[in-house]
Design a protein around this ligand. Sequence first.
Ligand SMILES: *[C@@H]1O[C@H](CO)[C@@H](O)[C@H](O)[C@H]1NC(C)=O
Length: 506
Amino acid sequence: MKMEMPTLLSLVLLPLLLCSTLSSANMIEDLQLARPNFPSVHAEKMIRELNLSPKEDVNVIEGRDSVAGPRIVERRFRFPNLAETAVSEEDLGHHAGYYKIANSHDARMFYFFFESRKSKNDPIVIWLTGGPGCSSELAMFYENGPFTIADNMSLLWNEYGWDQASNLLYVDQPTGTGFSYSSDRRDIRHNEDGVSNDLYDFLQAFFEEHPQLQGNDFYITGESYAGHYIPAFAARVHRGNKAKEGIHINLKGFAIGNGLTDPAIQYKAYTDYALDMGLLKKSDYNRINKVIPVCEMAIKLCGTDGTVSCMASYFVCNAIFNGIMALNGGTNYYDIRKKCEGSLCYDFSNLEKFLNQKSVRDALGVAADLDFVSCSSTVYQAMLIDWMRNLEVGIPALLEDGIKLLVYAGEYDLICNWLGNSRWVHAMEWSGQKDFVASLEMPFTVDGSEAGALKSYGSLAFLKVHDAGHMVPMDQPKAALEMLKRWTQGTLSGPIADLETLAADM
Ligand SMILES: *[C@@H]1O[C@H](CO)[C@@H](O)[C@H](O)[C@H]1NC(C)=O
């Protein structure tokens, strides 16, 4: 992959550059060639900035003997480092498991399942971290899981864990990420078909394992690159339900946090957001904006299933983002209020330290020869063809069938900023579009103060979260839990907004 890149780059970029105006072409050279723009460099930079250093780049152990067995192996466990000793394993209701992926050569998907601290009847919520190629345990320990990791490696209960309001699932995916692994390189996924089929097959096995949960409401959630995974996964579940393919999954909604879903709209929004937030002067704004027409053309060629054109648009369009960052060295692009110290934007290193302890891996049933791959640059690069594809297109059909969508975004994130997300949500064509666009923005109030601004109509809601960057549940844990509760309980928009919706319907 790495070796092919320069050839591929010149092959796909040259014709594109020749079609575009000379000034745009120069523009791209200015912005892009000045900075390394290879995906491997991007992925490695991303991993370094989170202070992660996985020992292996991907969990593919070639030659490892595959063991026959049931398609799901799940165990109740208790983290050895849990500070409180009074709670029994049974009472905790914490499970870790491996699912043998159906349509794979030899892939196993690792997952955590935390029963709700409140009620078994709470909805089931699955969380997907992005990257692509980062483990969902990043969110589990730093955003919305039951515990946080103290520096001395003991676990502390998170008062605002989403298991306060749901039965909560975290999966390591695509294959090769986290504790998920294969003995066969061909199991690495390259697109949303691969990703969503694996997740759907996992759910089938999970609900077979837990028949008493089959009637619970089910919600898909996640962040960042999961703005691609989530709509594809929701559509896959809905399709399976309609075709009576397997166990009916009670899909009620899907939520995307600071996601990448509609690249054409979102890449175009970068400079507008950066100008609004004082990251760009007007002259730089005008200069970088010259790339936009080429970028838009490239994304249009990519569409929903392009291949080479999608790779080309990744290189062309990222010149916009890189152009902004070149003028804002040291700014944390997940939270523009913050600076990255050295190469460090966040310090998530305790995650690797914690999960690689022998006592922890033994408790989880992870094999001795597997390391925890926090983020995989191999998986990241393997998904490159998928990056610029438009995942908005499958959403209207879900909304029409009454499946709820919540798009939320912390207001200080640049990389998947609220402006780009708000724009695609408003631009989306569905039967409720006019009413959604016309609906009033309402304060999202938590403990009497405004924690965000909400727009909603029918099954669609958009929430701009105040005082938060890319990782909303990390920055605003209480507001994020409230958001989840109200959204799953159908009270997000509150009684006043519901009346308005009613009035608009009449
Ligand atoms: C570890 O750190 C946590 C939080 O700082 C503290 O509550 C706990 O007592 C410490 N545990 C040990 C064994 O030192």
